[in-house]
Design a protein. Sequence first.
Length: 163
Amino acid sequence: MGPLQPNPAELVLGLCLFFALFAVLGVVLLPRIERVLADRHDATEGGLARAEQTRAEAERTADELAERLAAARHEAAAVRQRATEEAAALLAAARAEGIRLRAELVAEAHARIAVDRALAEIELRAEVGALSVELASRVVGEPLADFAAERGTVERYFADRPA
């Protein structure tokens, strides 16, 4: 028997074992290998898909947050603008009130000064009149108080003088 003419019993036994081994590999081992390859493929490709989906969701969230932030900044600018306008209005009102109070105080002060001046002028005229009559009495050597009062000399002098 040689290599070109095999023993039929060995050939049948070899073929049976080959097909048995092939069946075991096809039924048991190849599905496991395919399942492992599918799991690996799912882990890599599915992971990429999930990562892409997560990235897209993160971009949507980032865009939404950017819109909210822009809206919040716009609202803050509007609030600042309103506060600035209110502050300007309050400042103008306070300034106007201050000017009004100052004008009232100045008017009151001028009135008080005028009254005090008039009172001081009246007192001063009386004092000057009395002192001048006394001085004239000393110069002349006689009492002139009755003469000045009777003739109204001091009052006439002050009436002739401009104010």
